[in-house]
Write a protein that binds this ligand. Structure first.
Ligand code: F6R
Length: 364
């Protein structure tokens, strides 16, 4: 049931504050200001490396997880798309935690990667939305997302819930490795608790985003830029746009622009820049200015502080609430999803059932 929404995708974007709160609720102990994982029969303290494997949107959760786990737990992380992992004969050292991320829990390549890890004595955890799925039954440690059924083929609410669980995993690993003080953990919990309200604040920009969709819908190519944990989000923005609007889109790490992609820029190319204020902001803005000097039509997504600092070069801006860098990828996912959604609606494509795509890819 779509309720009063026109498409399942729109309904699922709007559900995010509630389902992310539900998901966080099963990992946070607000009174103790602690993050907890379900019981496990192995010791997180013994984990010396992490290998994350997933496909598509879920693989971007893995990439963001790499930034978080390495930063907080100081444990090295490698991330692979499952179709590459399973055939590249990966080196699986002892004390590796293998993590699969999947909405359906049935994606053929991810399931095969999970089985490959288990066959090689790797301890596995799964961030999975469907609790009865094959992956949910086969992992050593099930870390459920509580997104509820996701009907739209383009993943939205599963993504933000997967990020919430990934953050919980990063914090637990950091604590187990002796890398996190009580005070630091308290502070992280406070930021995570703020995520649902920040998601709501992001959704409030829906009409503004809808208003700019017609301009983007006329483009042939769209580029997305981000740095740090917002780089995988740029990839997610581009994937979302191409899969439902059929507009060619690419995401790049901001610093990579001048190593090639900047050659694509002219005044017909919208450039969506994801740049929360913070330590990485100035660098990304200088990449944005290089592109603007070559005619790029920039849509800047940032908070009030960032928008003020960036000046009036962008053709449009979307103001996000000011949030801690840890939860920025969750919050900035919303404008990226809404933009893809409204562009697709403006183009008249079948938003919930894009051509050539299936919700669950159970063949490789
Ligand atoms: C994109 C999308 C896909 C899935 C991918 C993995 O919007 O939905 O890229 O993320 O097929 O699916 P799951 O998470 O079910 O393993």
């Amino acid at each position: 049931d779509k309720g009063n929404h026109r498409h399942f995708m729109q309904k699922e974007i709007y559900e995010q504050p509630v389902v992310v709160a539900q998901t966080l609720g099963s990992y946070l102990r607000p009174l103790e200001e602690q993050v907890a994982l379900p019981d496990m029969d192995f010791d997180l303290k013994s984990i010396e490396r992490v290998a994350i494997v997933a496909c598509g949107t879920a693989s971007y959760v893995g990439m963001i997880g790499k930034y978080w786990i390495e930063r907080f737990a100081r444990v090295p992380v490698e991330v692979d798309v499952a179709s590459e992992f399973r055939y590249r004969d990966p080196v699986l050292l002892s004390n590796t935690l293998g993590v699969v991320v999947s909405q359906s829990g049935e994606t053929a390549d991810t399931l095969a990667a999970l089985r490959h890890m288990r066959a090689n004595a790797v301890t596995t955890a799964g961030i999975i939305n469907v609790p009865t799925s094959s992956m949910a039954r086969e992992v050593d440690l099930l870390l459920p997302t509580h997104a509820g059924p996701e009907i739209g083929v383009a993943s939205t609410k599963a993504f933000t819930c997967q990020l919430a669980v990934m953050a919980a995993l990063a914090v637990n690993l950091a604590r187990a490795k002796g890398r996190l003080t009580r005070d630091e953990e308290r502070e992280i919990v406070r930021h995570l608790v703020e995520a649902p309200a920040a998601l709501n604040a992001a959704i409030e920009h829906d009409e503004e985003i809808q208003a700019m969709a017609h301009t983007i819908a006329a483009a042939r190519d769209v580029l997305y830029l981000g740095r740090g944990p917002d780089y995988p989000l740029a990839l997610e923005g581009a994937l979302k746009l191409k899969e439902i609007s059929y507009i060619h889109a690419e995401g790049y790490a901001s610093g990579e622009m001048k190593h090639g992609p900047i050659a694509l820029i002219d005044d017909s190319v919208p450039l969506i820049v994801l740049a929360p204020s913070g330590p990485l902001f100035d660098k990304t803005v200088s990449n944005m200015q290089e592109a603007m000097a070559r005619g790029a039509q920039v849509v800047l997504i940032s908070d009030a502080e960032g928008l003020a600092a960036a000046g009036d070069g962008p053709i449009a801006t979307i103001e996000m609430p000011k949030v801690h860098p840890l939860i920025a990828p969750l919050v900035y996912a919303v404008p990226v999803q809404l933009l893809a959604y409204h562009v697709a609606v403006a183009k008249g494509t079948d938003v919930d059932q894009p051509r050539n795509l299936a919700k669950s890819v159970t063949v490789e």
